[in-house]
Design a protein around this ligand. Structure first.
Ligand code: PAF
Length: 288
């Protein structure tokens, strides 16, 4: 296990052939591999995934790839923050040994008639899937491609993208993908805002409004702790916290195992929210 790996040399690779060669060498030396899939613009949330992977595996590969197939036509693919040099430093400082940062052409050399992994409609037809049509096809496809390229023993994902995590776990079970999915807790700033690469779009004033999203979730937790269980009653009180300029996309209660909507708050309930502030879309959640 590599607990003292921080600041060791880091290798940055762009092609599938190069990364496969490295993986082959590592496996022939019986090294376990941890993969942290990312789209770059790394923050402390990603750093926590890398650190966890370093604790669990002999070598850690961070993939940095802004995956075009998971963005809708009117989404922020072009303006998505890209800062490779800084990202590589973060990977290095947290003990990763390899960064895989392919071009779009390397990953999708044929841009027509692609084969997609299509997660079950049951999991796609809720939360982010309602407004981001096809998003999870793109996510599942790139994640499976990365698993096929890197063949990791374990892969590390944040609970902030809870629906993504659930869909990836289900994909691995359904398609017998031999990768252990490790879920890692949400990392928050001091003001409680869940870390996200998209927070970089927020002005100070927008950020002050954005934190009412996490305040709302914490209020729900507090109401539950005080004995309130009914969704409608909880929302009557808690929704007042949300800043008036925030456009609520969804605020749902789901059982984490069945992924079924529930009106009764109990243990293992996922409370997930998506909201826009000046067109900047933020998601967050808590699990009771
Ligand atoms: O969570 C993300 O950053 C992306 O959806 C992922 C898993 C790296 C796939 O592109």
């Amino acid at each position: 296990m590599g607990s003292s790996q921080a600041n060791k040399d880091i290798v940055v690779l762009n092609t599938i052939k190069q990364i496969r060669k490295q993986v082959k060498d590592l496996k022939s030396n019986n090294k376990t591999i941890g993969l942290v899939p990312t789209m770059g613009a790394l923050h402390d949330g990603h750093a926590s995934l890398i650190k966890k992977a370093v604790q669990e595996c002999d070598e850690v590969i961070v993939s940095i790839f802004v995956n075009p197939t998971q963005f809708g036509p009117n989404e922020d693919l072009d303006k998505y923050p890209r800062q490779l040099k800084q990202d590589v430093e973060i990977c290095k400082a947290n003990g990763a040994g390899l960064v895989f940062t392919p071009s779009s052409n390397e990953i999708y050399p044929e841009d027509k008639h692609l084969t997609y992994v299509v997660p079950s409609e049951y999991y796609q037809s809720k939360l982010c899937g309602l407004t981001r049509k096809g998003h999870f096809n793109g996510v599942a496809t790139i994640v499976l491609k990365l698993f096929n390229i890197v063949a990791p023993d374990q892969a590390f994902f944040g609970l902030k993208d809870a629906q993504q995590l659930i869909i990836i776990k289900k994909m691995c079970r359904d398609l017998d993908v031999p990768v252990k999915i490790v879920e890692c807790p949400i990392v928050r700033d001091n003001d409680g805002l869940a870390l996200s690469s998209r927070n970089a779009y927020l002005t100070q004033a927008e950020r002050a409004k954005a934190i009412t999203i996490n305040k709302l979730l914490f209020k729900i937790q507090e109401l539950y702790n005080n004995g309130l269980k009914n969704k409608e009653k909880i929302l009557n009180t808690a929704l007042k916290i949300l800043d008036a300029d925030i456009e609520l996309e969804y605020l749902e209660f789901l059982n984490l195992d069945s992924f079924k909507e529930t009106n009764l708050l109990e243990k293992n309930t996922l409370i997930a929210i998506a909201a826009k502030i000046n067109n900047i879309r933020l998601i967050d959640n808590i699990v009771i």
